[in-house]
Design a protein around this ligand. Structure first.
Ligand code: G4P
Length: 536
């Protein structure tokens, strides 16, 4: 009797565990032009998602100018539709979450990184670590996300691989373990030597045709790449093995070591090797921290959280789509989930997967997958969804904006409409919204200038509210918290002109300079000033 009662639950749990174990959910982080789009395209081709390749390339070209990008964004075209790309290879399901690839930062990029289990860091072999690589890396580090490095553009003039590895270690404080080593450079680039498997991967062969050798001493190597390159490889590989840290799966999974691959996305070289690395080393979904408990992916009951909200993706449906990363259980059509923040039931009648052009209705989804849930504005970034449990996932952060502007309305009659629009767009995460305590004009905060352009355009196009922006006297803000409620109250009173509330009513302070921020911290030692705040 007992057996028949428990068997279905066990079966469900093991099915969830098996499906979770074959998911790899990752993002690509890169400085613009390092080759993220090209690599994405090649990864998708390897996964058989060929119809996507043209679309991704279209994005690569269109991305060049801000106005083009905005038009695409407004049309809810490629850059949005490719937010999540799913492909299968070797029995594994890869979910590649796109992080917008333009110069300006947006908070979407940051938040997307809270929904992945690993990241591929693409470096331009001639440039190494660039400013945006470092910023994105710092966000990954907040959660110790394991990072695989792909040194791209090896077919061109490149920096010395030892120098690149040294730069990763020094600037990111991350151990770097080469797993492939380039043979020859630039126009002489012949392929890579797999330091772990001890085989040679010739540049013009497809990924399946690695040539196994008995070792670096194998005379076949000289025939394959010529005596000069073979001699250089022998010397360098020996030095690399001696001087660089060896690959260590545990250290990688803890986010303290990155395996380094070399290749050329454009020539489709090394991409399969990288994908094999992702398959082999990148972790499947793991347990996720929550209040009051952590959730393991194999738990049969569904949990997930919203990391992104997008409005009006389809002009024919003026609804919103919340991007939900599943953390445990199985999602099936028609489920009703509990939005923990409000206690409301959210029907999931048509969960969506996102492919290049069409939304596809998913039949079922598992931990590590991302699904779109259409709603009328109920779901917010940071929301946790469960089958009933009162549980909240941590870790979808807001970052203190670096640009603060007053919103100036051209037509005062539209004030109410502006308020509604700003509220909705803030909920969607397009901008952060602050209301100064002294009742002056609302302040919007963004991480990158592009977010302001998008805000202005959406206010006009979607809400019919033409608005402009006016400089503020501030250059930074911090969330203010403290156990001492009286001190918080005093701070708010004394700084009414330089303080406000965020969209959730949390106290914030604005500063004209870093010096002023430091002074406030000294003057109010009982309060804390945060640059990052978790949602809710
Ligand atoms: P991004 O998304 O990171 O911004 O970079 P993207 O893939 O668009 O690549 C930026 C430029 O670098 C593109 O050239 C692309 O063709 C080139 N590229 C990418 N991978 C490699 C590589 O492995 N080797 C070489 N030599 N070039 C590479 P573009 O001329 O700016 O654009 P396009 O006209 O080719 O689209």
């Amino acid at each position: 009797m007992d057996v028949t009662l428990t068997a279905p639950a066990d079966a469900a749990a093991s099915e969830v565990a098996a499906e979770a174990a074959r998911r790899r959910t990752f993002a690509i982080i890169a400085h613009p032009d390092a080759g993220k789009t090209t690599l994405t395209e090649k990864l998708l081709l390897k996964g058989g998602a060929i119809q996507l390749a043209g679309a991704v390339r279209a994005k690569g070209n269109a991305r060049r100018t801000r106005s083009d990008w905005m038009k695409i964004e407004q049309d809810r075209g490629i850059s949005v539709a490719t937010s999540v790309m799913t492909f299968e290879r070797g029995g594994l399901v890869f979910n590649l979450l796109d992080t917008p690839g333009h110069e300006d930062f947006s908070e979407d990029t940051y938040r997307t990184l809270t929904a992945v289990d690993a990241a591929v860091m693409v470096l331009d072999a001639a440039k190494g670590i660039e400013s945006q690589t470092r910023k994105l890396f710092e966000v990954c580090r907040l959660r110790d996300i394991p990072i695989i490095t792909f040194v791209n553009k090896m077919d061109r003039e490149a920096r010395d691989p030892f120098e690149l590895i040294d730069e990763i270690e020094k600037t990111l404080a991350l151990d770097a373990a080469p797993v492939a080593w380039p043979v020859g450079r630039a126009s002489e680039f012949a392929g890579t030597w797999d330091l772990l498997e001890k085989h040679f991967l010739p540049v013009d062969a497809d990924d399946a045709s690695a040539i196994a050798l008995s070792g670096l001493g194998d005379p076949k190597l000289d025939q394959l790449v010529g005596p000069e390159r073979a001699a250089a490889l022998r010397e360098e590989a020996e030095l690399a093995e001696g001087a660089c840290p060896a690959f260590d799966l545990e250290a990688f999974r803890q986010g303290t070591l990155t395996p380094v691959f070399f290749g050329s996305a454009l020539r489709d070289f090394g991409v399969g090797h990288l994908l094999d690395g992702l398959a082999r080393y990148a972790p499947p979904p793991g347990a996720r921290e929550g209040d009051p408990r952590a959730v393991a992916p194999e738990e049969p009951k569904l949990t997930g959280f919203v990391f992104k909200v997008q409005a009006n993706m389809d002009p024919n449906h003026r609804d919103r789509v919340a991007f939900v990363r599943l953390c445990s259980g199985k999602l099936v059509k028609g489920m009703r989930l509990r939005q923990v923040r409000t206690g409301k039931q959210v029907p999931v009648n048509a969960p969506l997967f996102f492919f290049a052009k069409d939304r596809q209705v998913a039949e079922e989804a598992w931990p590590g997958d991302v699904v779109g849930v259409a709603n009328h504005g109920t779901l917010r970034i940071g929301d946790t969804l469960t089958e009933g449990e009162d549980l909240h996932f941590r870790g979808v952060p807001s970052f203190a904006p670096e640009i603060l502007r007053h919103v100036r309305l051209e037509d005062p009659m539209l004030a109410k409409k502006l308020k509604t629009a700003l509220d909705q767009l803030a909920e969607e995460g397009v901008v952060q919204l602050f209301r100064p305590l002294d009742g002056s004009l609302p302040v919007v905060g963004v991480v990158g200038q592009l977010q302001l352009d998008v805000l202005q355009s959406r206010l006009k196009v979607e809400y019919g509210v033409p608005a402009g922006f006016q400089d503020t006297i501030w250059s930074m803000m911090r969330w203010v918290t403290g156990e001492d409620k009286a001190a918080l109250e005093r701070f708010a009173q004394q700084n009414r002109r330089d303080a406000g509330e965020d969209h959730d009513g949390a106290l914030v302070a604005f500063f004209g300079s870093d010096w002023r921020r430091k002074r406030a911290e000294e003057e109010w030692p009982m309060l804390r000033f945060h640059a990052v705040r978790e949602q809710h």
